[in-house]
Design a protein around this ligand. Structure first.
Ligand SMILES: [Fe+2]
Length: 178
């Protein structure tokens, strides 16, 4: 059993100083951070889940997402990068899709409930995904993006078209983890 990672600062340190036999996935699987450690970076918005940036460098980006009951992300891709997500508290449903921009369509392929400690991984070759807070409680998820990306594509279920979306944050806490 590898040593658990107990704080956000420790996680950033591990991600910045990975040995060659380590991977981002193996580091994320060691995350065992008390939800209280995230308390200062939590924000809620009645209209949408919030994206709270914790750390960003040329190699990766770390973000805390806060979702009220029944809030969901768009169906989105990863701008040719990779993403890991860990549930910190609550519960999150991840729905996966295969999608084709040339046909402007997506097909649901799986649905998985992630509990605290579960780690999900995705890249564009695996398809698209959507996170839905399908339980009645608030959910915190920690996201690692490698490399950081400036834009991605979402599938608009109303127009049935893919749309390019620039990255935006509700809060930026980078100064706290310098
Ligand atoms: Fe995602």
């Amino acid at each position: 059993m590898k040593t658990p990672i107990k704080s956000i600062k420790e996680l950033i340190h591990e991600l910045l100083n990975m040995s060659v036999d380590n991977t981002y996935g193996s580091v994320m699987k060691r995350v065992d951070i008390d939800p209280l450690d995230f308390e200062p970076y939590i924000s809620w918005n009645e209209d949408h889940h919030t994206r709270n940036l914790l750390y960003k460098c040329s190699e990766f980006e770390l973000l805390l997402a806060c979702s009220l009951p029944h809030q969901k992300t768009a169906i989105h891709n990863y701008g040719h990068q990779q993403g890991w997500a860990v549930v910190i508290s609550g519960e999150m449903t991840e729905v996966r899709f295969l999608g084709s921009e040339s046909f402007n369509s997506v097909v649901e392929i799986s649905k998985n409930i992630l509990k605290p400690g579960s780690v999900s991984y995705i890249n564009d070759y695996q398809g698209l995904h959507q996170f839905i807070n399908s339980n009645d409680g608030k959910t915190l998820t920690l996201h690692l993006f490698v490399l950081p990306f400036e834009r991605y594509k979402k599938y608009n279920t109303e127009t049935e078209e893919f749309e390019e979306v620039p990255i935006s944050y509700d809060n930026d806490f980078r100064d706290e983890f310098k």
